[in-house]
Design a protein around this ligand. Sequence first.
Ligand code: NAP
Length: 289
Amino acid sequence: MKIGIVGLGLIGGSLGLDFTRLGHQVVGVARRQATCEAAIAQGAVQQASMDLQALSNADIIFICTPLHVIESTAIALVPHLSPQTVLTDVGSVKGTIVDAVTRHWPNFVGGHPMAGKTEVGIEVAEPHLFAHRAYVITPTAQTPLAAVDRLATLARDIKAVVHTCSPAIHDRAVAWISHLPVMISGSLIQACLQEPDPQVRKLAQQFASSGFRDTSRVGGGHPDLGLLMASHNRQEVLRSLTVYQQQIQQLMAWIEAENWEAIAAQLTENHHVRPAFTQSAPAPDTAEP
Ligand code: NAP
């Protein structure tokens, strides 16, 4: 199969490493010559170019650019596509992207491989990044079934676990477990900065250990991450933040009222339900409505 990848960073490069290993013809397009050279040197692609023309006659093209340029990349690709070319993307928000790109290329199917790292760029791309991780495919009623099948087959070939759901359901689910944590974690750092006494603030920084490191990690990552989540998944991020705000208000009310029983009951429930979020091996090929 001829596979095109536009955007040779962490995700595009890692997909390229796996597809190359599986024997596909993998052609990459990047915006900088240095990225093209690095991708070839790492074995992520066999050919790389800064010209989208290189992807003509591809069977499937993965758009692996940042969220805010996925639609413009698709528009630029269209003149180079054969009618049978399946277009897909790897963006971590689906609703707005699937709507927009489908208007330009009906043979499009949205996707989200749910694996990543704190660092980005071709240098940190690695093989097997997606093995045993969820790969969410988000067709609509208009998406050609053959496009879904082609993407699902490739995702399974790289040992990912395929889930299928609507773009809207995807965006609501990832708001809870990915976007809300980034907002809360960033707000935690901001709250600590509001300590008015500089000596106490300094001591807090010196005392911070694994608990603070864990809870502040995603909020202290690359600034574009949170910004793109908030702007592209605005409605679902606001919905989850509203529920979180109510949760905090409830907790404050219990502490003010010294209602230790209610707090203990909730902490006990948290202790029991957390593994359902953190230890759940992705169920094989589950389909959501
Ligand atoms: P990345 O490592 O920074 O790679 C992004 C790639 O896009 C790079 O090749 C970069 O080119 C290129 N690019 C950046 N800005 C561009 C622009 N304005 N126009 C054209 N190309 C541009 O990022 P990534 O982590 O792979 O993320 C790529 C996509 O994967 C995003 O849509 C993200 O939502 C999705 N995703 C990320 C993760 C994650 O954890 N990182 C997980 C799942 C999905 P240069 O090499 O020239 O900089």
